[in-house]
Structure formats: structure tokens, C-alpha cells
Design a protein around this ligand. Structure first.
Ligand code: 0PR
Length: 384
């Protein structure tokens, strides 16, 4: 057993290592019955590109010009998808880094202007990355109340604004309920008061543009300063792949540090050595699928989402909100939620429970198939 927990003086055989890896792999869950995750199997072409650029380091991008070209094109493609093909940004490690960087950019700018105490306003539904932001960036994060549809209440946001407010966040696809905040209203306030507005579209960025219903949430709204969107969620790319976009290039300058001995004069990413493979994977999958391919994926997820909701209703379980995107939350009497979740887990499903209101949460990612939904509904019926 010892060899498993410490490094041996002499290496093991290839076969022995492979068998260790297989043993570990068997302990990981396959995605098929996972309904609690915003990740999924990467598209095959993304995995192919990832392997091809494994050694590429965008932290010293002058050495990897091809990879850098792919990153730049990813930014242009995603910018265009989000209403601004001239947006500036880079491929990050995910929503957390993107959110940190957006808020850090405006924090740095305001600090230079002489502000020392600062706050931002986020919806109560904001992802926990904003708690990390409060800690790392030493700014106050104020939480605005929600309306009955679990969107941020714009009046509550306005009431929290003071002369130390440097930024606001609207979420396009909330982590727990898949809801879209009234970004247009936030954008008007942002414009009026000169406040930075970050749209956290980590999940929704690759969903909302492809929904039948139209929502305004992107750079086409003048007050939107920055958008966070994750290829490693609904973008079918490999982990880690996030993307942070700014309307103005000058925000990247707020993040830059000089790197005199590298092939680039400065670096604006949070991470130093960073994966070129992630940029390559994202480039490949966006090129391969195009808007049409992405739309097909979203349409299928939405079809299954509707199927799941109508199936649940048929057995007397109703959703907390009518799903806006491929996140379903089901209401149960308070004491029931945990029992139902546990019973489903005993049947091999992985589900999660939201905070407020407490509900059973199911994310209908592309690995979920029609058969999966049918089986799930059968189990749900038995459990309730
Ligand atoms: N913003 C939003 C709206 C998010 O939903 C998330 C993550 C983030 C930011 C942060 O993104 P990164 O995790 O890429 O830094 N939302 C999921 C969540 O926390 C992430 C996740 C995915 C969690 C798969 C678990 C899991 O199995 O629920």
C-alpha cells in the first residue's frame, strides 16, 4: 500500500501507474446521473485541441504565437456573441478569476483616483466568488434583495448605492435558479451614476443568446462595462476555461504589472503561467460548432428542461420559478427537500439544494439525455 501514498525512490512501471490511474478513475463519478453540476463532458474537438497544446503557456505568450492568436480570436468571437466584437479581455481559469479581475480593475482605478473605502453591490443570489472578492480586494460587498421571481430588486440596489459604490453586479443566469437579473435597468443606473457594471454570465453567457425568448444582458446595453462568461460551463470546452471581457481596453491596463524579462512587456492576467491548452480547446469548439451548433445544444437542453418540468408537475411537484434557462428548481415542503434529495442520491442521482428558498436543484447540462430525464422522473415519482 505504501507506494500509493509516498513517492518511491525508484519509479513504477508504466503499467503499474496506469492501473493506479484506472483505480482512481473508477472512484470518480461519470456525469450521466449528475444533475448538480454546471460542468459537463467537453466536446471531443475541445479535448483534441487541449492535448495538442498541453505545453503551451500563455503567461509568456511571445513564445506561443499561434496559441496567442487563438486566444485573441476567442475574445473576438465571444465579444461578437455578446454584442461587442471589439471587447478586450483574456481566457481565464473560470468565473471566479473573471469576477475577481473585473472588480479588481475598477477597484484599482478608483484607488488611483484617491478612494480608499469602497463597496460593490451584488444580488443576494451572487455566486460565492464575491465573498472571496470582499476578502481579497478588501472592499465591502453589499447584497441587494430579490423580487418574487428571484431577480435582483432594482430599488434595493439603488437604496444601497452611496458615494463609495464603485461597482454593481447583475447575474445573467444565477447559479442556483438560472434566473436573469434586470440588466437593462441596472445598465441605466450604471450609466446615470457612472458606476461600473459587471454582468456575471459565467453560466448564462452561452445559453441566453440561443434562447427563443430574447433578453437584453450584454454589451449592447451601454452601461455594461464587463462580462464574465465560462467556456467550461455551457461552452463545451475543457476545464479550466473562463473568459473576462471589458468594453474598454483601459481596464486591462489597471490590471497590468510589468514583466520586463518575458516576451511581453506586461501581464494583466491574475495567473502567471497559464494554460494555452484552454484557449486552444475553446477556440476549437467555437470554430467547430459555430452559433448554429451552440444553439442546437441549448435547444436540446431547453427541450429536456421543459420535459422535466412538465413531468414534475404531472406528479404534483411544481418549480420555484418557470425555468428561464436549463436550471430547474423544485419546491417541496421545507422538511421534505432533504429527504427527497437523499432518496434520489440513494438511487444514484446527484442533485443539490438551494439556500433561499430551499428547493431541489437540477441542472440540465448537455450530458443529460431524454432517457435520463425519463428515468429521473420515474425515480422522483417513487420518492415523492
Ligand atoms: N458565477 C456564476 C454565476 C457561477 O454559477 C459560478 C460557478 C461562478 C461565477 C464561478 O465559476 P468558477 O467555478 O468557474 O470559478 N457555478 C457553479 C457553482 O458554484 C460551479 C460548479 C460547477 C460547481 C460544477 C460545482 C460543480 O460540480 O455551483
Amino acid at each position: 500500500m505504501e507506494h500509493k501514498i509516498k513517492m518511491e525512490e525508484r519509479g513504477m512501471s508504466r503499467e503499474a501507474v496506469e492501473s493506479l490511474l484506472q483505480e482512481k478513475k473508477r472512484k470518480d463519478l461519470a456525469y450521466e446521473k449528475i444533475l448538480s453540476s454546471m460542468c459537463t463532458y467537453p466536446h471531443e474537438i475541445a479535448a483534441y485541441a487541449y492535448k495538442m497544446f498541453l505545453e503551451s503557456n500563455l503567461g509568456d505568450s511571445g513564445l506561443f504565437r499561434g496559441t496567442k492568436e487563438m486566444e485573441d480570436e476567442v475574445i473576438r468571437m465571444i465579444g461578437a456573441l455578446l454584442g461587442n466584437e471589439k471587447a478586450f479581455g483574456y481566457v481565464s481559469t473560470g468565473g471566479t478569476e473573471s469576477n475577481i479581475q473585473a472588480i479588481r480593475a475598477i477597484r484599482n482605478r478608483k484607488r488611483k483616483e484617491g478612494l480608499s473605502e469602497m463597496n460593490i453591490i451584488v444580488p443576494e443570489t451572487a455566486h460565492f466568488s464575491f465573498d472571496k472578492i470582499a476578502d481579497i480586494l478588501c472592499i465591502e460587498v453589499r447584497k441587494a434583495a430579490l423580487d418574487e421571481q428571484l431577480r435582483v430588486d432594482v430599488n434595493s440596489v439603488e437604496s444601497l448605492i452611496d458615494d463609495k459604490t464603485i461597482g454593481m453586479v447583475g447575474i445573467a443566469g444565477t447559479t442556483e435558479f438560472g434566473q436573469i437579473d434586470p440588466i437593462k435597468e441596472l445598465s441605466v443606473i450604471a450609466k446615470e451614476k457612472g458606476i461600473f457594471l459587471l454582468v456575471d454570465a459565467a453560466f448564462g453567457g452561452f445559453v441566453i443568446p440561443f434562447l427563443e425568448e430574447r433578453y437584453e444582458f450584454d454589451f449592447s446595453l451601454e452601461g455594461v462595462s464587463s462580462i464574465s462568461i465560462d467556456p467550461h460551463k455551457m461552452g463545451m470546452s475543457t476545464i479550466p476555461a473562463g473568459c473576462i471581457l471589458f468594453r474598454e481596453e483601459s481596464y486591462l491596463d489597471e490590471l497590468a504589472v510589468p514583466t520586463p524579462y518575458l516576451t511581453t512587456k506586461g501581464q494583466f492576467s491574475l495567473i502567471g503561467t497559464r494554460s494555452g491548452a484552454s484557449a486552444a480547446a475553446t477556440y476549437a469548439v467555437l470554430k467547430y460548432l459555430g452559433r448554429e451548433g451552440l444553439k442546437e445544444i441549448v435547444s436540446e437542453c431547453m427541450k429536456l428542461t421543459r420535459m422535466l418540468v412538465s413531468g414534475a408537475k404531472a406528479i404534483g411537484v411544481s418549480p420555484v420559478i418557470e425555468p428561464v434557462m436549463n436550471v430547474v428548481t423544485l419546491s417541496f415542503p421545507a422538511a421534505e427537500v432533504e429527504r427527497v434529495a437523499n432518496a434520489l442520491e440513494e438511487r444514484g442521482w446527484r442533485v443539490s439544494i438551494t439556500r433561499v428558498p430551499k428547493a431541489l436543484r437540477l441542472v440540465i447540462m448537455p450530458h443529460v439525455k431524454e432517457e435520463t430525464v425519463k428515468l429521473f422522473l420515474e425515480d422522483l415519482a417513487e420518492v415523492v
